[in-house]
Design a protein around this ligand. Structure first.
Ligand code: DGL
Length: 274
């Protein structure tokens, strides 16, 4: 049970692969085990209770496969389930294991990227309604003004391969207009959903050039490296033979077909049940 194991990386579906791509680049020696809960995606419109239940099932799945550290590479799960898992569930099931999210590393740094102090957040309805970003950013950067926009159509467009087609332009323009109309000062726009990097070209196309677009992969990867350096006991429990394994709760052939767009390289996937 105390054998070193891979680092678990979880998402509702494919989006977490954009984070894993950066993790593999930053920490190539580590073993990574990816799980996409494609059969139950999207998580964005689901309740706190449901997202917590699904995410906890996934965390237990990783622990059963020998992981000591799990990264929730999903903003919705990080917003709606992480705190309860860290504070209520982990002490009872595995007090020495750790679960981390993507919101904290991003909010720790985002305030250093804006000159005007006005940040725009694009995320799922779940992430936006949780208010996690405004709360966390104001904790680290009390002067920062945070504006949010939920983009419920974006994940379905991406999951259905429409992200680079003309139909996507309408929804990209619509949500950017809603967000930017909240303040003329916004100079930094965070893609606070791990699926959204696939839309980055269209997003840039409809933004004024002075607004920068921030994605989370490299931020989360640097933060994880730093975390492992500070937590040497946990780092010793992470095996380092450069393996990557991929599991999905839906059809592995579908997963393999779609995954390359998110991960960059082809993957081999297997089916699992939660
Ligand atoms: N990729 C997930 C995130 O970062 C959202 C996808 C979903 O709605 O399931 O929030």
């Amino acid at each position: 049970m105390n054998q070193p194991g891979p680092i678990g990386v979880f998402d509702s579906g494919y989006g977490g692969l954009t984070i894993l791509r950066s993790l593999v680049k930053e920490l190539p020696e580590q073993d990574f085990l990816y799980l996409g809960d494609n059969a139950r995606a999207p998580y964005g419109p689901r309740s706190f209770e449901t997202v917590h239940q699904y995410t906890l099932e996934a965390v237990k799945w990783f622990f059963e496969r020998g992981c000591h550290l799990v990264v929730l590479a999903c903003n919705t799960a990080s917003a709606k389930a992480l705190r309860t898992i860290q504070q209520r569930d982990l002490p009872g099931i595995h007090p020495t294991k750790r679960v981390l999210g993507v919101i904290r590393p991003t909010t720790e740094i985002i305030g250093t990227m804006t000159r005007t102090g006005a940040v725009g957040i694009l995320g799922t309805s779940g992430t936006v309604n949780s208010n996690s970003y405004p709360i966390e950013i104001n904790h680290f950067y009390p002067g920062c003004r945070v504006y949010q926009e939920a983009c419920p159509m974006w994940v379905p467009l991406i999951e259905n391969g429409e992200y680079d087609k003309p139909g996507a332009d309408y929804f990209v323009q619509q949500h950017l207009r809603h967000l930017l109309s909240q303040s003329g000062d916004i100079d930094t726009l965070l893609l606070a959903c791990t699926h959204y990097p696939l839309l980055i070209d269209k997003i840039r196309q409809y933004l004024p050039p002075e607004v920068q677009v921030v994605t989370q992969g490299d931020i989360v990867a640097r933060s994880l490296r730093n975390y492992l350096e500070r937590h040497t006991e946990l780092a010793l429990h992470c095996s380092r033979t450069s393996t990557r394994q991929f599991f999905t709760t839906d059809d592995p052939a579908d997963f393999e077909r779609q995954a390359t767009r998110f991960f960059g390289d082809p993957v081999q996937a297997a089916h699992t049940e939660l």
